[in-house]
Design a protein around this ligand. Structure first.
Ligand code: COS
Length: 394
């Protein structure tokens, strides 16, 4: 693959030495190990177990978590770079890491008790087991506070009943962190409590395995909870506080969906640029035609601004700031840029771009999820607009 390094914005604002180092390491791993498998796993809907095991060895499953808890001891910006570089060659691999890290593990790192950290975080951050997250239900998608799954107290246990859908890593995860309604008298977000549920607990049934447009090798599973007994010590945070914890989790998680979008966009440019430079029509290289130069320039501008938005949001998180506003901007902008950029790549490459012979059609299918998962573009605009209004309200 010919790299389009001029688009990487080097030297990058916010980068320290370890960011360049991990970027180089993941670029090498992605090119040598992940890229050659990407088309086949997509074609066969084959979960990348082998790649997950190799990423565990490299510490890529616990990048932003401290070594004290089994993590790699880097930061959120480093994790953002990892997701970007994996997505550059394989969306499935990137979403597997992203869902495990920012949704399946980060809530325990951020809000867990020492006992929960000892029991679960150590295994998750070291990659010994994968993590999953269950917020969405058949009747609670964008309206995440409409959770219907119930948890009823019985002594020092809770009995959980309900269904969670679209759980990334749901089949293979060791734990799934879910929202439940513990107070039936309180409607909406207020009555929601979070729990860490071991996948091995009795009563958890595997529901539908989604057959998707893109990210086809990623494990997207419905999980059905039937009288699942969960000890109170697995409650994540206070009763009624689960919605806010999940929202804070998504504020950070959305940065990684932005990074995934960015990686997919960069990956499409990586393919389309040398193509435009080599292919000849009408006796000249097609990259010399003004119409295609306009497309290439738009791709570069989009990637550049999406990159700065994602890195800025990650840097804010590393400095302890809220990423509610910046994370929504990064995700919204990068995911829309990914769709435009990959569309441009396909158009530049014509029939070859549309064909499975090149990876851009896969990237196009994979990127669509980024405008939907972890909050649709409509929800991101709502989050951004609410922040704007709050900033001027008295
Ligand atoms: N951090 C901390 N607290 C937050 C928060 C955040 N990011 N967002 C909301 N809250 C708090 C609010 O301050 C409010 O607290 P009070 O009751 O104390 O005032 C409470 O949570 C309820 O918030 P709000 O009224 O804004 O809730 P809504 O029902 O209007 O929902 C949205 C807000 C739409 C932003 C939320 O439902 C959402 O993000 N939906 C998309 C869900 C999603 O991304 N799903 C993808 C699944 S993950 S794969």
């Amino acid at each position: 693959m010919i790299r389009a390094d001029i688009t990487q914005a080097d030297p990058v604002p916010f980068f320290e030495d370890h960011h360049y180092e991990i970027r180089e390491m993941v670029q090498r791993f992605a090119a040598e190990v992940v890229a050659p498998r990407a088309a086949k796993i997509d074609e066969n809907k084959e979960f990348p177990h082998e790649t997950v095991a190799e990423m565990r060895e490299l510490g890529l499953l616990g990048v932003p978590f401290s070594e004290e808890w089994g993590g790699t001891g880097l930061d959120y910006l480093a994790y953002t770079i990892v997701v970007e570089e994996l997505a550059r060659v394989c969306g499935t691999t990137a979403i597997t890491v992203a869902a495990h890290t920012s949704l399946g593990t980060n809530p325990i790192y951020a809000f867990g008790t020492d006992r929960q950290k000892e029991k679960y975080l150590r295994k998750l951050a070291s990659g010994e087991m994968l993590g999953a997250f269950g917020l969405t239900e058949p009747g609670a998608g964008s309206d995440a506070g409409a959770t219907k799954t119930t948890a009823v107290k019985d002594g020092d246990e809770w009995i959980i009943n309900g269904t969670k859908v679209y759980c990334t890593n749901g089949t293979h995860a060791g734990t799934v962190i879910i929202t439940t309604r513990t107070n039936p008298d309180v409607q909406g977000p207020g009555g929601v409590t979070a729990f860490i549920v071991e996948r091995g607990f009795d009563g958890i049934k595997l529901g539908t395995l989604e057959d998707k447009l893109g990210l086809r090798a990623s494990d997207t599973r419905e999980l059905v909870f039937e009288n699942v007994r969960v000890p109170d010590e697995n409650r994540l945070g206070e009763e009624g506080g689960g919605f806010k914890k999940f929202m804070q989790t998504l504020d950070a998680g959305r940065i990684s969906i932005g990074a995934m979008s960015l990686g997919l966009a960069q990956g499409a440019l990586d393919v389309a640029l040398p193509y435009a430079n080599e292919r000849k029509q009408f006796g000249q290289r097609i990259g010399e035609f003004g119409a295609l130069q306009e497309r290439m320039a738009d791709m570069a501008v989009g990637i550049h601004t999406a990159r700065l938005a994602c890195y800025h949001a990650a840097a804010l998180k590393d400095r302890g700031h809220s990423t509610n506003f910046a994370g929504a901007i990064a995700k919204l902008h990068a995911s829309e840029i990914a769709m435009h950029t990959i569309d441009n790549a396909i158009q530049i490459m014509g029939g070859n771009g549309y064909s499975r012979e090149y990876p851009v059609e896969r990237m196009f299918r994979d990127a669509k999820l980024c405008e939907i998962g972890e909050g649709t573009s409509e929800i991101q605009r709502m989050v951004i607009a609410r922040s704007l209004l709050k900033s001027v309200s008295i």
